[in-house]
Structure formats: C-alpha cells, structure tokens
Design a protein around this ligand. Structure first.
Ligand code: CMP
Length: 142
C-alpha cells in the first residue's frame, strides 16, 4: 500500500553537508519527498517529539544532541514507505547497520546516527502532525 513516513536528517548529518546525499537515497529508493523544511528544535519541541523515551537513560543526551543544530524534517511517500525507509536507514546503531545503508555510510554512533524514521504507520501519522499542517503536504499527481 502507498504509505507516508516521517523522516529527520539529524544535526550531525546537516553539519557534514549530507542533506543532498541523504535525499538522494530516499529518491533512489522510490520514496517521494512530499514536504520538507529546516528547523532548529527548542528543548520543548525535542522533548515533546521524543516523549516516549523520557524514562530512558539516553533521553537527556538525545535532547541535547537534537537541539545542537538545525535538522531537516520531511515526509516521504511511497509503496510500503515506513519499512522501505527503515531498510535504507539501516540499524539504529551504525556499527550494526548493513553495508550501503544511510547509517552505515554516514553515521558516527548510536547517538549521532544521521537520520530518524518512523517505526510504524501510526507513529508516522503522529510525527508528521507534530511538524506539518495538512496544507504543507504536497501529494504528487505525477
Ligand atoms: P531515533 O530513531 O531518532 O529515536 C531515538 C534515538 O535515541 C535513536 O534514534 C538513537 O539515536 C538514540 N539512542 C541512543 N541510545 C539508544 C539506545 N540504547 N537505544 C535506542 N536509541 C538510542
């Protein structure tokens, strides 16, 4: 089925000038970028986005990192978009990510791991709504 997923190019990858390289991976995988913008998260925005991780030991470091510089947020649309994006991202820990994936090629560590992608259609809907209004989504007709 055609799905939408939410994606972030994280501060480490923006700082390394990898926005275009990572957008190429999405497009080469057949995923269409239907919304995109650069944002610099406030602590409140980052804490709200990652609220499900609030009790995890890495939460403070995660919020520090995600507010350390600008990010790109985007909505990707395509066949099985949630899983397709997770496949091209690779495992959360770049040391465990398959060769040729975004995290294997571009990420430094489990904390600074270049990209985020929704883990399910339901979380994608919540995450898209956290950053984009309905009017900001531009579905493709060709
Ligand atoms: P992300 O998909 O953005 O969701 C939460 C982030 O926390 C995750 O990517 C990792 O970058 C980071 N993180 C740090 N340590 C861990 C861990 N032990 N397990 C999962 N995520 C972690």
């Amino acid at each position: 089925a055609i799905e939408r997923t939410f994606s972030i190019v994280k501060p480490d990858a923006v700082a390394k000038n990898l926005i275009g390289a990572i957008y190429n991976r999405f497009e080469n995988a057949g995923l269409k970028i239907i919304a995109s913008k650069m944002v610099h998260l406030s602590r409140e925005q980052a804490e709200g986005f990652y609220a499900e991780h609030k009790e995890r030991p890495f939460f403070g470091a995660l919020v520090d990192f995600m507010t350390s510089g600008p990010i790109m947020v985007q909505v990707l649309e395509g066949e099985n978009a949630v899983l397709a994006n997770r496949e091209i991202m690779g495992a959360t820990n770049p040391a465990e990510a398959a060769r040729g994936t975004i995290r294997s090629d571009f990420a430094n560590s489990i904390d600074e791991n270049a990209v985020h992608g929704s883990d399910a259609v339901a979380s994608a809907e919540r995450e898209i709504a956290y950053f984009f209004t309905a009017e900001e989504l531009c579905p493709r007709t060709r």
